[in-house]
Design a protein around this ligand. Structure first.
Ligand code: GRF
Length: 189
């Protein structure tokens, strides 16, 4: 069983999907030992506190720069001896130095078929470009924004009547299925 940390900044629906999968899947290879948020306003914290996991807020705004913030983050991860760090809507770009210190690795879920549409507002940009397919990608984290090697992806057709909201909902459902399954496989190795 591999102990993992999940880092969030917002509503935490992927955190919930990861936790539900672990609770419902016999032989799941990961356990969420730690949830980290970079703000105490993260809505997912309420759910995190219902889990059998440590919940720690490392408030980014309390630190004068990225380096001290990452030192605090690293200290927390080290004290819970987590092997993988899973970013799930964590709105911070991590430095190469921080990433290199991580024992297993750091993975992220991004709402596009990378390398297309890195960054924010992916659903809006996909619709504006008239794409016919869209989806989500799990990837290794590097210091570049959404740049690390892809591990797995899931796709959906873009429908003529899709709005940003309907497309976002469909991609989010794909994320909720893909992230736990991929992480389970990664931790089984
Ligand atoms: C997801 O769409 C994820 O792909 C992106 O941020 C969003 C987080 O959603 N990185 P949630 O907080 O897990 O609900």
């Amino acid at each position: 069983m591999i102990e993992i940390a999940v880092a969030i900044s917002g509503r935490g629906s992927n955190l919930r999907a990861l936790a539900d999968y672990a609770a419902q899947t016999e032989g799941c290879h990961y356990r969420i030992a730690l949830v980290i948020a970079d703000t105490d306003a993260a809505l997912g914290l309420d759910f995190a506190r219902t889990l059998d996991a440590a919940v720690v807020v490392v408030p980014r705004l309390h630190y004068t720069g990225r380096e001290p913030f990452e030192r605090a983050l690293h200290k927390v991860c080290t004290s819970y001896a987590v092997r993988w760090l899973c970013l799930a809507g964590f709105m911070r770009i991590l430095s190469g130095a921080f990433i290199a210190q991580f024992p297993g690795g750091i993975v992220n879920i991004h709402p596009s078929l990378l390398p297309a549409y890195r960054g924010l507002d992916t659903h809006r940009r996909v619709l504006a470009a008239g794409e016919s397919t869209h989806g989500c990608t799990i990837h290794h984290v590097t210091a570049g924004l959404d740049e690390g090697a892809a591990i797995a992806s899931a796709r959906t057709s873009v429908r003529p009547d899709d709005s940003e909201e309907t497309l976002a909902m469909r991609v989010l459902a794909l994320e909720h299925a893909l992230y736990p399954r991929t992480l389970d496989e990664l931790c089984a190795v």
